[in-house]
Design a protein. Structure first.
Length: 151
């Protein structure tokens, strides 16, 4: 029965991470840490890497700390929460970096209604190249109008 709790906590953590990604994107990346995120809104980059990639390190560090807390019997749900954060990070990498921005040229032919809507919502986010006036700050969840308007 204990494994069920850990699985549920992992799934709940994954879901909460969508909110955390939205919040961090809107109020931190487009707020006081805009200097790290602004290169992500430029069409041409000096490098394959972006300063924006530093945000990955933040969440990876939290995940690793939770693994260590669990391993050292300090926090019994550290593994479940750490895996949930890791899985969201993996989903972020696959959906945002690979599927949407094509940092690796795979998943190009994914044309489901959801795939088209997530691409459109993200494109609408990137039409705002400045710090203010953005929309669609989440990754997996976006306003229904983008799903409804897919042809």
């Amino acid at each position: 029965m204990e494994i069920i709790y850990h699985i549920a906590i992992c799934i709940l953590t994954f879901a909460i991470m969508e909110f955390m990604a939205w919040f961090t994107h809107k109020y931190v990346m487009h707020g006081f840490l805009w200097s790290l995120h602004k290169d992500h809104h430029k069409k041409d980059h000096d490098s394959w890497f972006e300063r924006n990639d530093a945000f990955f390190l933040f969440y990876a560090t939290i995940s690793i700390i939770l693994f260590l807390l669990w391993k050292n019997d300090i926090f019994q749900y550290g593994l479940a929460i750490g895996i949930g954060i890791f899985l969201y990070g993996l989903a972020y990498f696959l959906v945002h970096d690979i599927f949407i921005h094509q940092r690796f040229k795979i998943f190009k032919k994914a044309n489901s209604k959801y795939a088209k809507a997530v691409r459109r919502a993200h494109k609408m986010h990137h039409k705002h190249i400045g710090k203010h006036g953005g929309e669609c700050f989440g990754m997996l969840i976006f306003p229904y109008k983008y799903y409804k308007n897919v042809k």
